[in-house]
Design a protein around this ligand. Structure first.
Ligand code: NAG
Ligand code: NAG
Ligand code: NAG
Length: 454
């Protein structure tokens, strides 16, 4: 075997094992298919300090694609995921009398649209069985740290201690299911009272600070920045040309998406052009092919991911602090209010998306902003020292100290510094900050779709 073939084989084995490596500067165990979780055996307890509150922001687990490619050859089977019993009923997804059955419309045969879809009994972006298991495992890992090691959370869950844990999710089936799976891992059968029902807080999508929709719907200045984000920025274009030279055209041809707005990299960043990669790579599915039988290669798939990695740093950190402020400032403000205000909860869970996690890391101006892997878990711990002073600590995908930033050491970031940094970057008067003044060359009818928001 000649060396390049060997290299390609190695790359293929690496990827087909459900692993997608990170860009330069990513965490050493970065795997886009599955984030690592906290580990009680290596978790360092700050000496003498008392834990006061834990906030965790997660990305949902493994899921099916959020859009169908025109000539999709992947087969998706969600029957196993459908039958996974969740311990905690959720009012909006289940009733005592219905069980949701997902059909691709096969019964209607040629009279319906089924031939537009790949073979599937899944919804777009549905959590797979593996995705559910990922969050159940995360919940179990949190239990081993915050219940078993620290004795911080109640050992078992029932009505009298229900307030100790607050759970919120976006209005999306996969994030609700992820939250439920996490909660079921944290309080598995035997640790939860029979018939116990946990409140799950959900905001209407268009006003949900865990997503960018509010900014898009109600903030003209944000829409203006959004339009400007991809317009002729040299640094961004050079970086894309470096990691994915000429790839956009090639991919559009191979995916059969040429001229289709949703897939245009200029409109959405690399969201659509790379979005098909993780579901397929992480689940061992074949690479997509066009009608002429030409297929995307593994290297091209990885290059599309590399381009998306450039997008993440650009969009959530480098493009504009004001963009970050309007996009995720409202959420950071909510979190810090919840941390400082009166509260009965000790653990606050926010089940969300890659865009949420990346935006928060970009807001914190981390030296590395990467595409948050499936099941990403970003933890803010609030500690009190023996002498009464306080500090915050970040644990990101199991790593204590989280993503590094120049302005604070996240293994022990003094509370005053932590809250001041966030307060200064959180809009105090959204109405006023959202006013958009006319700017030369700003095309009001330009594209403003939000990436990764399905
Ligand atoms: C509820 O759980 C708490 C903490 O795990 C426990 O101390 C208490 O006895 C439980 N109460 C009931 C009624 O089971
Ligand atoms: C972000 O941090 C870098 C150093 O890592 C610094 O040069 C830059 O000014 C910071 N950006 C903002 C908006 O604070
Ligand atoms: C409290 O303790 C920390 C860590 O031991 C120390 O750095 C800090 O100066 C102390 N602050 C006060 C006000 O004593």
């Amino acid at each position: 075997m000649i060396p390049t073939q060997l290299a390609i084989l190695c790359l293929f084995l690496f990827v087909s094992a459900g692993r997608i490596p990170g860009p330069d500067g990513a965490e050493p165990d970065y795997n886009l298919c599955e984030a690592t979780v906290p580990d009680a055996s290596t978790y360092a307890v700050p000496p003498g300090a008392t834990l006061e509150l834990v906030q965790i922001i997660t990305r949902h687990g493994d899921r099916t694609p959020t859009e169908h490619l025109p000539n999709d050859n992947g087969e998706w089977d969600c029957s196993a995921a459908e039958s996974v019993r969740l311990q905690i009923p959720s009012q909006s997804d289940s009733t005592p009398h219905f069980k949701q059955i997902i059909r691709a419309g096969a019964e209607r045969g040629a009279k319906g649209w089924a031939n537009k879809l790949p073979k599937t009994n899944c919804l777009l972006g549905q959590l797979t069985k593996r995705g559910i298991q990922q969050h159940a495992d995360l919940g179990a890992a949190l239990r081993s740290v915050y219940v078993d090691l620290l004795g911080f959370l109640p050992k078992s869950m029932n009505d009298s201690v229900a307030e100790a844990v607050y759970v919120r999710a976006t209005d999306s089936w996969r994030t609700k299911q992820s939250a439920l799976a996490l909660f079921s891992g944290l309080y598995s059968p035997g640790h939860v009272a029979k018939e116990f029902v946990k409140d799950l807080v959900v905001y209407p999508l268009e006003a949900d600070t865990l997503k960018g929709r509010g900014a898009l719907a109600y903030c003209p200045r944000f829409r203006q920045l959004r339009r400007q984000m991809y317009l002729g920025n040299k640094a961004y274009e050079q970086e894309i040309a470096r990691v994915a030279p000429g790839l956009q055209r090639t991919l559009e041809t191979l995916l059969g998406t040429t001229g289709k707005g949703d897939f245009d990299a200029k409109v959405t960043g690399w969201d659509s052009l790379s979005g098909w990669v993780p579901p397929r790579f992480c689940n061992g599915k074949p690479m997509p092919c066009n009608v002429r039988g030409e297929c995307v290669t593994v290297e091209q798939g990885l290059a599309a991911v590399a381009a998306r990695q450039v997008d993440y740093a650009w969009m959530y950190r480098d493009f504009s602090p004001e963009y970050s402020r309007l996009y995720v400032g409202p959420l950071m403000g909510e979190l810090t209010d919840m941390a400082r205000g009166p509260r009965s909860s000790k653990l606050q869970i926010f089940s969300a998306h890659d865009s949420t996690v990346a935006a928060m890391i970009g807001f914190l101006n981390a030296t590395s902003v990467t595409w948050p892997p499936l099941r990403s878990n970003l933890i803010f711990e609030y500690w009190k020292r023996p002498n009464g002073t306080k500090f915050s600590r970040i644990v990101y995908n199991g790593a204590i100290g989280g993503p590094k930033a120049a302005w604070c050491d996240f293994t022990e970031c003094d509370s005053a510094r932590w809250f001041t940094y966030i307060d200064e970057r959180t809009p105090q008067d959204l109405e006023r900050e959202c006013i958009a003044l006319e700017e030369a060359g700003d095309d009001k009818n330009g594209p403003v779709s939000l990436h990764g928001e399905l």
